[in-house]
Design a protein around this ligand. Structure first.
Ligand code: UD1
Ligand code: MG
Length: 456
């Protein structure tokens, strides 16, 4: 009997040898988000009671990335069926019932699996004549390497035949002609899955416990099987850096379209890189070659000019950025604020209408509204030991090439003369200037030139 309870198991124990990487495969990122998180977020959309991630030994970073969901370690990598079995103890509830409800098995390296497809699988499974087991199939351009789905004439799944078995047994060669392949996703009635897994052996070409053997076994036990079909793009698995790059290309294409459909203009869209969580307000215009790292929220009618890099920042409406601006985490720009070329901002809040238009570093700072930060201003926030804050009041004017040595405050409506090094607080309305007095030497330039030309 099917109920509406659901648990999800995500298989991620493979190190991903072909990535040639020191970190687990599922932590490599697409659009600023680890592969594993893409899969977890799709699973979360189904609102399951529990998600368990199966990782390999020594993959602490993957355990951390799985949080708040539970992770189990598969000590020996004995195959996909064995991997699912490692998660089962966590699916036994307090009453000792064996995974009462449905169990969905996903792969951690298949980032584009969509909640829509998973929901369709659930519907197929829960329909009156649905399958005890539902597999996800697709028709790849090249089927080599995938398990083939053999159907009966009612469309029920008879068995999955792995590539290794086709290669090892001439009698199975005909199955190699089948185009419909196994994506790997399984949706099963929990108690049935517990029993089926217990019945699987590793008597095959690879000596592995194949999860895919559950289908043939289910048929022997007169249980129903069905197949839901997805697109190749949706179930693409990432195995090496080339596939990772291809996934990035696909993700960027989706994200750009999503941003444009939501009302942002992307000029030269193919040169703009977004993160999955990038939010662009209506009528904002993004010029070519802008890169968004994680955590960027852009308000309405903002303009971000070419070659700017933004991460972890929030822009109120009508802000203008770049070209060549760098906004680092903790940057907050008020309405209509302007950050110009070669300006870096980190952990700083600028009030409405504040401007820093050229060659400036604002770190650990607060800048009041309508303040004007001259070219070449540096907030000296780090003394080699700790970080300190600079506070600049509303409408203050900081002259070019000034160093503000934090901790320091410049009051509202104050002026700092160009070329000053400010180490003490400047009160509201006052003017501070620290540069040496200028000397004027009458005809000095002329005499200097004469001396030089005589020498030569
Ligand atoms: C598997 C399927 C195949 C399907 C293909 C789709 C089996 C036997 N075969 O083959 O039918 O067409 O995926 O890509 O299931 N994993 C573990 N522990 C293990 C083994 C694997 O966690 O002991 C994880 C891997 O990290 C990976 C997933 O399970 O995320 C699939 O394993 P993989 O070795 O890639 O299986 P395939 O041979 O590709
Ligand atoms: Mg694989």
């Amino acid at each position: 009997m099917t109920s509406n309870r659901l648990a999800v198991v995500v298989l991620a124990a493979g190190m991903g040898t072909r990535m040639k990487s020191g970190q687990p495969k599922v932590l490599h990122q697409v659009a600023g988000k680890p592969l594993l998180r893409w899969v977890l977020e799709a699973a979360e959309e189904l609102d399951p009671e529990r998600i368990v991630v199966v990782v390999g030994p020594g993959m602490e970073s993957a355990v951390a990335a799985a949080k708040p969901h539970a992770a189990v370690i598969q000590e020996d990598r004995l195959g996909t069926a064995h991997a699912v079995q490692q998660a089962l103890p966590l699916l036994i509830d307090d009453q000792g019932s064996r995974g009462e409800g449905d169990i969905l098995v996903l792969y951690g390296d298949t980032p584009f699996i969509s909640p829509k497809t998973l929901k369709a699988m659930l519907e197929l499974h829960r329909a009156p004549k649905g399958g005890t087991l539902v597999a996800l199939g697709f028709e790849p351009t090249d089927a080599t390497g995938y398990g083939r789905l053999q159907l009966d004439d009612q469309g029920a799944l008879l068995q999955v035949c792995e590539q290794a078995e086709i290669d090892a047994d001439p009698d199975k060669a005909a199955l190699g002609e089948i185009r419909l392949c196994n994506a790997g996703v399984v949706l099963a009635d929990g108690p049935a899955l517990f029993d089926l897994l217990a019945g699987i052996d590793n008597d095959n070409a690879k000596g592995e416990f194949y999860l895919t053997d559950i289908y043939a076994l289910a048929r022997q036990r007169s249980q129903r099987t069905a197949v839901q079909v997805a697109s190749e793009e949706e179930v693409m698995g990432i195995n090496d850096r080339c596939e990772l790059a291809e996934a990035e290309r696909i993700a960027q294409q989706h994200l750009r379209r999503r941003a444009m459909r939501a009302g942002a203009t992307l000029i030269g869209a193919e040169t703009i890189f977004l993160c999955d969580d990038t939010q662009l307000g209506r009528d904002s215009v993004i010029h070519p070659h802008v890169v968004f790292g994680p955590g960027v929220i852009v308000g309405e009618r903002c303009e971000i000019k070419s070659f700017s890099h933004l991460e972890g920042c929030r822009l109120a409406a009508n802000a203008v950025i770049g070209p060549f601006a760098r906004l680092r985490p903790g940057t907050e720009l008020g309405e209509g604020a302007r950050i110009g070329n070669f300006v870096e901002v980190k952990n700083a809040r600028l009030g409405a209408g504040a401007k820093a238009n050229h060659l400036t570093y604002l770190g650990d700072a607060t800048v009041g509204e309508e303040a004007n930060i001259g070219a070449g201003t540096i907030t000296c926030n780090y003394d080699g030991f700790g970080k300190h804050r600079t506070e600049i009041g509303a409408r203050a004017f900081i002259g070019s090439n000034s160093a503000l040595v934090a901790p320091v405050k410049v009051g509202a409506d104050a002026i700092v003369g160009a070329g000053s090094t400010i180490v003490e607080d400047v009160p509201d309305q006052s003017l501070a200037v620290t540069r040496g007095a200028q000397r004027k030497i009458e005809d000095g330039a002329k005499r200097f030139r004469e001396r030089r030309s005589k020498k030569e």
